[in-house]
Structures are given as C-alpha cells and as structure tokens.
Write a protein that binds this ligand. Structure first.
Ligand code: TNX
Length: 543
C-alpha cells in the first residue's frame, strides 16, 4: 500500500512539476539544439544568487533587473561561486572552450545550478534571453521552476539587424532604449540608426551648429495622413536632435545588451536638411531651401550635395565627429536614391567631374562615397552603404546593404562585397500587414508575417554560384513616414520582427511556420502585453 501511495504521489508531484516548467519548446528564435534532460528542475527563489565572471558583471546586473521585473524579486549578485555558499546559483561564465564562436552560448540547468557559458558579451546576453523564456511571466510568490535543460545555440547569420528611421519622425530616448530592449530579447546584434534624411537631421554636432538648429526642424505644413492618429497640418515646428550625451548613454545601454549601434549619415542624396542649413553645400546655393515636409524621392527639389571644397570639408569634419562618437567598426554612409539631375544641371558640378576625370554622375556618386570611406578608414572605420554605392568601383571592404532584391545581391557578391539583405519585400516593416482597407496607413503594399518568416536571405542563385558566403545577414527596416508615435512603430514591427529573428537565427532546416505561430501565440504575444507594446493582432487572418 505504502509503495503504491509513493508511486501515485511521485506521479502527482512529477506532473505538477512538469506543468510548472515551460521547457525548450517555448523559445523564439528556435535554438540550434535544446534538450530536456529530465533531471531535477532549478528552483529560482529569493535565495538564488547570480554569480558572474569579471567579464560579465554588467550582464549580471542586467539579468538582475530583468528578473526583478519578471519575477518580482531582486537576486544577489556576486563574483565568485564561493560567495554563493550552497545557494542555488545562476552562473554567467566566460568559457571560450565551451562556447568557441562569437555569439554562441551554452545553457545548462539542473538541480541547484543554472549556467550560461559564452565567449563574449553577445553570447551571454542571448543566453539570458533564453533563460527569460524558460521562466514564468508572472510575479512569483514562491520559487519559479526552470526545467532541466541543455541548450547549445548560435546564430545562422553574423549580422542580424533592425533599423529605425528617426528623421521622418523622432522618438524619445526612452523609446530608443525600449527598442534596443526589443532587439536584445530577439537576439539581434545590430541597431541601424537612420539619423539623417531630407526631413530632418537628428544628431547633435559641434562642428556645424546649424544642423542642430535649422536642419533638425521642419514645419508641419504637410505631414502625410494618419487614419488612427491625429493629423497635424498646423505649421508647428517639429523635430530636434539627440544630444551627444544622450547618444553616449544609448550606446552604453546597447553595449550592455550585446547590441552594436551603427549610425547612418545619409549622403550625397537624401541631404535636403543639410542643404536647408547650409545652402552652400548644394548645387543651387542661391536658393532658400527648407527642410522637406513631404515624403518621397525629392527629384523636384534639391537634396543632393554639390562637389565643392566647402562640401568636402564638411563631410570630412562631420564623419570624423561621428567616428569619434560611435565605437562601431562600421559607419553607414547612405548612398541611396541619389538624384543625378541636380549634378547634370550644375555647371560647377560638371566642371568638377571634368577636372577629376569622372565620366558620368554615377562616377561622381562613387567619388563622394570613396572620399568619405577614405576619411573613415583613417579613423579605423569601414563603411556600409545602400546597394547603389556599388554603381562605381569600390574597395571590397565596403559592405553593401541590398534593399532591392536578388539581382543586386548577386552583383554585390560577384564584386566581392559582404552583403546585408534587407529587401523591401519582405523586410520593410513600413509596408502593410493586411489588406484590410481600414488598416492603419502604410506604404508599399502587402508584406505579411509568413512572407517575413519564409524568406531565405541566401538567394538561390548565390548558392548555385557558390557565393553564399558573401551574405553576412539581414535586417528589418522601419521607415517612419507613417509612424508618428512609438505605439505605431510597435504596431508595425510586432510580430514581423519576431518572425525575422527566427529567419536570421535558426538553422533553415529547423524552421517551421506552424510551430513558430504556436510559440508566438502561446509565449511571445503575452510577452508583448507584458512589455505594454502595441502589436498587429490580426496576423492569423492575413497569413
Ligand atoms: C526608400 S530604400 C528609402 C527611404 C524611404 C523608404 C520608404 C531606401 C534606402 N530609401 O528613404 O523611407 O523607401 O519605404
């Protein structure tokens, strides 16, 4: 009788414990290898101690904050296992032998120990995100159980980015930090910060102060049309810059979370805001230009820098200042959609081309790109540019960000450039997620969740040509013409950004859209709600 009771009790307790733990089938993006070992779960309680190697001290504090929010209690952080005594431990260990590649992590949980081993900060941060997903999302009265697991995980692509355009609309520093938190949760490693465009310059600079006071503001005479947010056509002055102190703070914030920030200063086109502040950098310095307040390519109005000594001095000075501010190895120099007509119509631009042996406007564009690339190289930086930068001959260290499609990717690979895939279809998250005519205003047609999930960033032709190694990774772009507020950004990026995270992280053969949607609904949507983030709710109806 007793042994029967014991068996019954064992089953009962066992099944309760099984219900309490979440397990490896919850994780997004799906890991390379994740096994439930069936050993005793780890009980995380107020008594649990976070132990961190010197290298991961800041991540220990980051984890402490995350657990404080999620579980409701503050764990002690120490820097050696000895100080933990016989308490249950969460160990953050620098261990290149266990996790030899850049972003790999190994997470093992059983009994009184949960360890995350990594070689470097991004790896340990990824392990932390996985841990969050193994824990309940509610504040706990008692201990929270983590199932006994063994996870070994690393990304499919080395570059996994999200972009945000803060020119068309500017967002508060708190939202930029929130956005970085969203990126970290999804195991992205790069935030591409689109800081300048025709409609506003957003980076405080010391060397050319009119960028802060003139280029940063526009009159809201025509802002576009919002169906769900109040339209503002009232000539208010709109804009601002992120101060250098704010930028430094944001860079630090991102670094703790394993995120590199790559700033973009978009030249020689998309430069209308610069020209409004300094007309002498344009082909028509005699004109009073204004910061753009409509959208589009701007052929009608001058947004192209002129090749003159003042402009080149400006470019050198500004990019030096940017290089000093941002620690990233890469600086994005834009290069997209440069309208050639202004150079064609300008006698001085034509004279410059002739004097420098440039046979057409494409070569002039390349001259600009190379000029900046050379200055940045002196600062130890390399460039990324939109795919138009490869119209002329460039150094192969330049990384090409492809916004069109496979054709441009093949061209870039043949020219031996590393490539970041960000094709409008399906990686532009400013496009519609539904065909509902009442959906919030967007552009570029229909770009639903399953298209993002099922897109393979390695074009078939590159495989055939055996050039797939040139694909460095991919990125979601968030152009904000029609995103006036943070809530609209969240609505446009969720859940597509979650799908993208799996597209860029998970081995191709492990991807499964139906299973992704199961995890999304069961575990990630509650996470959006926990964050208080807006998201597109009708994705099932439209995929
Ligand atoms: C094109 S693609 C742009 C942006 C716009 C976007 C709208 C590219 C590099 N430039 O200036 O905001 O389309 O989707």
């Amino acid at each position: 009788i007793f042994s029967l009771a014991a068996v019954v009790l064992w089953f009962f307790v066992g099944s309760c414990m099984a219900q309490q733990t979440i397990g490896v089938n919850a994780i997004v993006p799906k890991p390379v290898s994740a096994i439930a070992t069936g050993k005793a779960p780890v009980a995380i309680s107020t008594q649990t101690v976070i132990v961190a190697d010197g290298a991961f001290q800041q991540q220990a504090v980051y984890l402490q904050e995350l657990l404080q929010k999620q579980l409701g209690y503050t764990l002690k952080v120490v820097n050696s296992p000895k100080q933990a005594g016989n308490a249950t431990q969460i160990l953050l260990q620098q261990d290149p032998a266990a996790a030899p590649t850049a972003e790999m992590y190994v997470l093992e949980a059983a009994g009184k120990k949960l360890s995350i081993k990594a070689k470097d900060v991004p790896g340990v941060v990824h392990g932390i995100q996985t841990l969050l997903q193994l824990l309940p999302l509610q504040k706990q009265k008692g201990a929270a159980q983590v199932a006994a697991v063994q996870i070994k995980d690393y990304p499919r692509f080395g570059y996994r980015g999200m972009h945000l355009d803060v020119s068309r609309h500017i967002f508060p520093v708190e939202f930029i930090k929130k956005y970085i938190d969203y990126l970290a949760f999804h195991k992205f490693n790069t935030f591409h910060w689109h800081l300048t465009d025709d409609q506003g310059w957003r980076l405080e600079v010391k060397s050319y102060p009119k960028l802060n006071t003139v280029a940063a503001y526009r009159n809201l005479t025509l802002i576009g049309h919002f169906k769900d947010t109040p339209a503002r056509y009232d000539s208010t002055r709109y804009g601002g810059v992120y101060t250098q102190a704010e930028v430094k703070d944001i860079i630090k914030y991102a670094a703790v979370r394993g995120i590199t920030i790559i700033p973009e200063i978009d030249i020689p086109g998309h430069s209308r805001a610069i020209i409004a502040a300094y007309p002498e950098f344009s082909t028509r310095p005699d004109t009073t230009w204004q910061v753009a307040n409509t959208w589009g390519m701007y052929n009608r109005q001058n947004n192209v820098l002129a090749p003159n000594p003042a402009t080149f001095k400006f470019l050198e000075t500004i990019f030096n200042e940017v290089a000093d501010l941002f620690p990233s190895e890469y600086i994005h120099i834009g290069g997209d959609e440069t309208s050639k007509m202004w150079w064609k119509a300008s006698p001085s631009a034509q004279a410059f081309m002739k004097a420098n042996g440039l046979k057409d406007e494409k070569e002039l564009q390349t001259y600009f790109i190379k000029f900046v690339a050379n200055k940045l190289e002196k600062k130890g930086k390399k460039i990324i540019g939109w795919h138009e930068i490869m119209e002329g001959k460039l150094d192969t260290t330049a990384v090409v960000m492809v916004w069109a499609g496979e054709k441009q990717a093949v061209e870039a690979a043949k020219k031996q450039h590393r490539i970041i895939m960000t094709p409008g279809k399906p990686f532009y998250f400013d496009a519609y997620q539904s065909k509902d005519p009442k959906d919030s205003l967007a552009i570029h047609g229909y770009n639903p969740l399953d298209a993002v999930y099922n897109y393979n960033p390695v074009p078939a032709e590159l495989k055939t040509l055996n050039l797939e190694k040139y694909i460095w990774g991919g990125q979601g772009n968030v152009w904000t013409e029609y995103m006036e507020y943070p809530s609209k950004v969240e609505y446009m990026v969720f859940p597509r950004m979650t799908a993208l995270s799996e597209t860029l992280w998970t081995p191709l053969e492990k991807k499964d859209y139906a299973d992704f949607k199961r995890r999304l609904k069961q575990y990630i949507i509650p996470r959006y709600q926990y964050w208080g983030a807006g998201y597109f709710k009708n994705f099932e109806q439209w995929t």
